[in-house]
Design a protein around this ligand. Structure first.
Ligand code: ZN
Length: 653
């Protein structure tokens, strides 16, 4: 009741019918051009399984220790000094405000799964500090203050002013959806109003520089119903201000903003910016249905998936500019693959899944989540990767802190929000997007209560048992995603028959009159799969990668006995993979083994160049190669690692 009064007194009306307790990670429940609708995080309880240890450590270790790091590095003091409560110089790069906001969003997602009084108190304490640092105009940024206040909005291509406030809005909205408390939301609204009132085609020019604000604005529109925020997102995505802001061609490429989004034909420039811009553009499409956006989004998706994405779901090949490379430029050891970019890829594909309802988007989400995102946090929960290479000669890859610490809180918010990605709905029924032991306790779109219990040991085992419990017998469809790799999947009913055959890469629709307690059994074939890359990916020529289920595997030094893994090849001599679940290794992993060939004299003993055609005497021996899931590498100290393994047949040995 108290919350209701706050609503009535608030200056901005909330969108009709979308109460805060029913909103998903993105609230597309009223988006006219969304085919699927997210469910709230609290409607999904994740049980024991692959993600449970990770999610528990996220709450118990990662989130508290990262706050301590943020405070130690002055991120909170940067606000307190503006309020005269700390007499210290400002510290850190110009975008540190976003790091605390992203941490707060992670906390807010945790709170959506259930109250944690200590974390909630920290959130409220920080909200008070942030609130008090806001200027009466609504402006809020700890870097562009004091001596630098006169330079506000003069360097928008690099200033991160709107990037930071975008993250504040996302944290505020997530907290509002957890608690109904809108104190931080009102801070964000004051800044958003400041932008809308002072910037635009007939006012001062604006662009985001680092996209992020666009998707936050659309979410703010969804949360408040105030269309000005949606229109402002469209204005930013239109890139109309490139001339008034005198952007150079190089900046236009790099920023992925400042040029009309709908003029894009490929991914280029800074990978995280490109992913976040695509998130905002997809959100904008779901609200407006503008076909130019849909066309561009499809073009970009094909560019990414067919030419520029790592097998881990990581994106961004080059360290220089943290940028995309040319098509098929996918180096392994030099791969950038920033954790944030893989997260951006998942966030974008989630939006594409909601917009278009096609399973291929969930396939990319799953690829990124289990591999290129999951590798980003150590199993201990306190060390993070910024880069996620696919080959390593043993450099130190995991650290507790980075001066640019965008990735750690981003990983924390993804793990905290995970329940919200598992299921979705449409007017036709309910969708199972991802597989994990869990219960969905929600409603069909006609209002009928629905409970789905999912039991599985995925991704270690391929069996998924679903119990469907509508509040009363009802006719609707259950859609089960059949991953693209899952040839030979069987789906059977418990005591009733299913005639259709599931197709990999599609949602399998089971339409019937469901009785409470009806069961569906899904069995995926989890046999290991060798994968080769397009020949245009030069670095992967003559090599194979190993996948099993959604997991990409790698060779890491500690598991290879008596040889250097860079002297080894996978030996195809007709034998198959052995598998062994090892509960005490790396938090419990299924290890795969295969015969390999290792040269007796290391390659490094051969000259750099030799005449072609001269037979090289290269005696070898057969060894056992031991593969672990890629996400688990570098948890036993820095070590050699390889995803793409040279491949030889028995005759070539
Ligand atoms: Zn990052």
């Amino acid at each position: 009741m108290r919350t209701f009064l706050v609503f009535c007194l608030a200056p901005v009306l909330l969108a009709a019918g979308s109460d805060w307790q029913s909103q998903g990670i993105v609230d597309d429940s009223h988006s006219p051009h969304a085919r699927l609708h997210g469910v709230p995080i609290h409607a999904v309880k994740m049980g024991d399984g692959f993600w449970s240890a990770r999610r528990a450590i996220n709450v118990q270790k990662s989130i508290p220790t990262l706050l301590a790091e943020l405070e130690e590095h002055g991120v909170v003091d940067n606000f307190l000094r503006l309020e005269g409560k700390k007499n210290v110089p400002r510290r850190g790069p110009l975008y540190t405000d976003s790091d605390i906001y992203k941490w707060m969003e992670a906390v807010a997602f945790v709170l959506q799964s259930g109250d944690q009084p200590k974390l909630r108190a920290e959130f409220d304490r920080l909200t008070g500090i942030i609130h008090d640092a806001q200027e009466p105009s609504g402006y809020l940024n700890t870097y562009w203050s004091g001596d630098r206040a006169s330079q506000r909005f003069t360097e928008m291509y690099r200033s991160h002013e709107l990037y930071c406030i975008g993250h504040l809005l996302q944290a505020a909205i997530a907290y509002y959806r957890a608690t109904g408390n809108r104190k931080l939301l009102d801070v964000g609204i004051r800044f958003a109003n400041y932008m809308v009132d002072n910037f635009g085609p007939t006012k001062r020019p604006a662009l985001t520089g680092h996209p992020e604000f666009e998707m936050a604005l659309v979410e703010l529109y969804r949360t408040t119903g105030d269309r000005r925020y949606l229109d402002f997102a469209g204005y930013l995505l239109s890139g109309v201000e490139r001339e008034r802001l005198h952007l150079t061609g190089e900046q236009l490429v790099y920023l992925f903003s400042g040029k009309p989004f709908t003029s894009r034909t490929q991914f280029e420039g800074h990978a995280v910016r490109a992913m976040y811009a695509s998130c905002g553009a997809t959100d904008y499409y779901m609200e407006t249905g503008d076909p130019a956006y849909l066309k561009t989004l499809e073009t970009l998706w094909n560019d990414l998936v067919n030419r520029k994405m790592y097998i881990t779901g990581g994106v961004g090949s080059r360290e220089a500019g943290e940028a995309f490379g040319e098509p098929y430029e996918l180096p392994n050891a030099q791969a950038y693959g920033e954790s944030c970019a893989a997260i951006g890829n998942m966030m974008w594909n989630w939006r594409m899944l909601l917009a278009l309802g096609e399973s291929r988007f969930a396939d990319v989400m799953e690829r990124a989540l289990y591999n290129g995102i999951n590798s980003g946090m150590s199993l201990s929960g306190t060390l993070y990767c910024y880069r996620n290479p696919l080959e390593s000669a043993g450099e130190k890859i995991r650290n507790p802190w980075y001066d640019t610490t965008c990735c750690p809180p981003n990983l924390e918010r993804i793990f905290a929000s995970l329940p919200g990605y598992l299921y979705s709905t449409s007017p036709k029924g309910v969708y199972v997007n991802l597989f994990h032991t869990s219960t969905l306790d929600w409603r069909l779109e006609d209002g009928t209560g629905i409970r789905i219990a999912q039991e599985t040991d995925y991704p270690w085992k391929g069996t998924v048992n679903l119990t469907v419990d509508p509040a009363h017998a009802a006719e609707f469809s259950l859609f089960v995603r059949i991953p693209r790799w899952a040839e030979g999947t069987t789906v059977t009913g418990g005591g009733w028959s299913i005639r259709e055959t599931p197709k990999p890469g599609e949602f399998f629709e089971i339409h019937r009159r469901w009785e409470p307690g009806d069961q569906v059994h899904v069995v995926f074939d989890m046999k290991p799969r060798l994968v080769r890359a397009n020949p245009l990916v030069r670095e992967d020529a003559g090599r194979v990668a190993l996948e099993r289920g959604p997991l990409v595997y790698c060779l890491e030094r500690p598991d290879q006995l008596g040889f250097n893994l860079f002297d080894a090849s996978l030996l195809d001599d007709g034998t198959s993979f052995g598998s062994d679940y090892q509960p005490d290794l790396l938090g419990g992993v299924l290890v795969l083994k295969h015969r390999g060939s290792v040269v007796d004299r290391p390659f490094s003993s051969e000259p750099l160049y030799q005449p072609f055609g001269v037979k090289v005497d290269r005696p070898g021996r057969v060894v056992a190669l031991t593969f672990i899931p890629y996400y688990a590498w570098a948890n036993r100290g820095p070590s050699d690692m390889e995803v793409w393994i040279p491949y030889v047949t028995a005759g070539e040995m």
